[in-house]
Design a protein around this ligand. Structure first.
Ligand code: RIB
Length: 292
């Protein structure tokens, strides 16, 4: 099967800080670097590095060829990434503090100017049993989810950055909703009653993760692996990507959670977002060293 990902592509500008600035405060960064990011691009790199056939659906400006080259080098199919002459490539300003926590501002640029007709044409070819990944940093999410659902594909939606109206609109077309602990709080504060999805994936950082099958009412939990994090940017994307790739290859939920948790644990030990995502071989080697 294949994974299709309607997702953002950002150039991440990462500033390493002793602490995050308070309102009105000016602080000098300890270090600066640039790398590949965007929740979508990160998830595509994760699914490809996990071993899934991955097609990224997105857009960027006409410069920044290195971004597409780096996605391709990670094994991501880039044929459906448009180059838009009137848009800049999306970018993110990311501050990372001494505890590896971050604060992020994004400028969407081309990510919010994706041609929805072209998208519909591509998704008309998605196969029953394929998976569509979606996050909240592009346009076109609802129509894409609807198209994939109507063709029998699994739709995995990461509600990040969290936007309650966007969640409400897309939820009827989603198979698996993925949120972190903070997003889960906002979700349950805003939507009461049953969620119209098959599964709810909640990642909780160092507290582990859980998958609730809302059809059978069963919950599967995974503890997090103990590591020394240096940068947690993109950990949720890594988790979601490896989880989706494991389901795509037919693993059960428990195995998918364990694989995704190990991938995210390794990813946070490295600086950066997309560039820090481990390969499947690295994740398997890490798991081989862990107690069952
Ligand atoms: O989830 C992390 C990502 O969020 C970063 O790579 C940044 O680009 C923003 O999209």
């Amino acid at each position: 099967m294949a994974i299709w990902n309607l997702g953002s592509i950002n150039i991440d500008h990462v500033y390493r800080m002793q602490s995050l600035p308070r309102p009105g405060e000016t602080l000098a960064a300890l270090d600066f670097s640039m790398g590949l990011g965007g929740k979508g691009a990160n998830q595509s790199i994760a699914t490809a590095r996990a071993g899934a056939v991955t097609h990224h659906l997105g857009a960027l400006g006409t410069t920044d060829d290195w971004v597409v080259e780096r996605l391709a080098a990670a094994g991501v199919g880039t044929d459906h990434i448009a180059r838009l002459a009137d848009q800049v490539t999306g970018h993110a300003i990311i501050l990372v503090d001494a505890d590896a926590e971050n604060a992020i501002v994004i400028h969407p640029g081309a990510n919010r100017a994706i041609d929805e007709d072209a998208l519909a044409g591509t998704l008309a070819t998605i196969d029953h049993g394929d998976t569509l990944l979606i996050q909240n940093e592009t346009n076109g999410q609802v129509a894409a989810a609807q198209a994939a659902q109507s063709r029998g594909a699994r739709v995995v939606y990461s509600a990040a950055p969290f936007d309650l109206d966007a969640v409400r609109a897309i939820l009827p077309h989603v198979s698996i909703l993925a949120v972190n602990a903070g997003e889960a709080e906002q979700l349950f504060a805003g939507i009461h009653g049953d969620l119209p999805v098959q599964g709810l994936l909640i990642t909780k950082g160092a507290e582990g993760a859980e998958y609730r099958d809302l059809h059978t009412d069963q919950t599967c939990r995974q503890l997090s692996f103990k590591v020394e994090p240096v940068d947690t940017t993109g950990a949720g994307d890594t988790f979601a990507g490896f989880f989706a790739a494991a389901l795509d290859e037919g693993q059960d939920v428990a195995k998918a959670l364990r694989l995704a948790s190990a991938a995210a644990a390794l990813q946070v030990t490295r600086p950066g977002a997309g560039d820090a995502i481990p390969s499947r071989a690295e994740v398997e080697a890490f798991l081989a060293d862990q107690p069952i």
